[in-house]
Design a protein around this ligand. Structure first.
Ligand code: ZN
Length: 377
């Protein structure tokens, strides 16, 4: 079935330079260059990132389409919904966005049925995208699909979405779209609807600022610990000095144990029972801990141990390595809320320093023994 679009109002463009206006029937429009919009899109993507820009342009297109549909309904009160859908396709072409060729259009308000399939040629959006960014791995006609979705939703009275199945921006010869009610798209729309929800950039920036301030505080702590550790090494500090400095700065218990889980050094706030933090207080009963330690030993990496049965406080455990072998384990207990990433950094640095001190002690011991041997001979 074809529709004679000339029977619809809303297709007569009037230029009124004396008033500084362009009107499509009684609605005011602007003549904007495609290059100008392309530059705006490029700047939006560069400034806001692709996802944000996509959401912004989809919502912008939706509003334009929705408003055009309302004008079309007002100007053509006697026309069927199907005829108005075709009119939307025509307006999309008339406004210079893309040439629409409707392949299929069905709408039945009572049965809540709406299906439309079209091809789009000469999409100005795909053209501009490719001009600025080259070919894309994803569909790029965001304003256009937003417009068509907004228009059809206004006519249908419920939210319907146009989605591209082909796009010139991805190297296809033309763009192709399908329109269905949101519910009928099902899981295919996963994540897509989020783009239609306005997010306040100012709130997100505020949140990012709070995060950065917090991370700065942690970074200062890390730098402070780093400097203290360097000082202790230069002054010939012992293991107990190391764990005390780090524990005091963090406010979290810290324990160094050898591979047989003999305590090398430990620190906890005065009044706290240290023995309850030791891995040996759980071992050898816990298979779970044994398996976790085996992973650390095998992969020589830091892990966070969290017991589901709460028999052990959550902790970050990192290997103490001497000459490529795991000599023991350093645990930082999460007795307060911790920033995992930074605790890992600190734990690994402390384990390095402990490894260095233990190696130094071993070398001194061996050297002394060699001298003793020579002296005795
Ligand atoms: Zn496209």
């Amino acid at each position: 079935m074809t529709y004679n679009l000339s029977t619809l109002n809303g297709e007569k463009i009037t230029f009124l330079p004396e008033k500084g206006q362009i009107c499509l029937e009684d609605a005011r429009f602007l003549l904007v260059s495609a290059d100008g919009l392309g530059t705006l899109t490029k700047d939006l993507i560069s400034t806001l990132g692709r996802d944000r820009a996509k959401g912004f342009l989809l919502r912008y297109g939706w509003t334009c389409g929705y408003n055009d549909a309302r004008i079309a309904q007002r100007q053509n009160p006697d026309h069927s919904e199907l005829s108005l859908l075709y009119h939307g396709a025509y307006l999309h072409s008339l406004e210079g966005s893309t040439h629409v060729n409707v392949l299929k259009a069905e709408i039945n308000l009572e049965e809540k049925h709406c299906l439309m399939e079209s091809t789009w040629s000469n999409s100005h959006e795909a053209e501009q995208y490719c001009r600025h960014f080259g070919l894309s791995e994803e569909l790029v006609c965001w304003t256009l699909t937003g417009y068509a979705s907004g228009f059809a939703s206004a006519i249908f009275g419920q939210r319907v979405l146009f989605r591209e199945v082909k796009c010139v921006g991805m190297g296809d010869q033309y763009c192709q779209v399908i329109c269905k009610p949101v519910e009928e798209w099902g899981t295919e729309l996963e994540g897509e609807l989020d783009y239609f929800t306005e997010s306040k950039i100012s709130e997100e920036l505020e949140e990012a600022h709070r995060r950065i301030k917090k991370q700065n505080k942690f970074l200062k702590q890390v730098m402070g610990i780093h400097e203290e550790l360097n000082r202790l090494i230069l002054e010939g500090g012992h293991l107990k000095d190391i764990v005390e400095v780090v524990g005091n700065t963090l406010g979290n218990p810290i324990i160094a144990e050898d591979r047989y889980l003999e305590t090398l050094a430990a620190w906890a706030e005065p009044g706290k029972e240290l023995s309850s933090f030791l891995l040996s207080s759980i071992e050898p009963a816990s298979d779970f801990i044994r398996k976790q330690l085996a992973i650390i030993k095998r992969e020589k990496k830091t892990i966070d141990i969290i017991c589901k049965d709460h028999s052990l406080l959550p902790r970050t455990v990192t290997p103490i390595i001497i000459e490529s072998n795991v000599y023991g384990y350093l645990s930082i207990i999460h007795s307060t809320k911790v920033n995992i990433e930074l605790i890992h950094l600190i734990a690994e640095r402390v384990a390095e320093v402990i490894g260095f001190i233990l190696l130094q002690e071993r070398m001194i011991f061996e050297t002394e023994n060699r001298f003793k041997g020579k002296f005795i001979r």
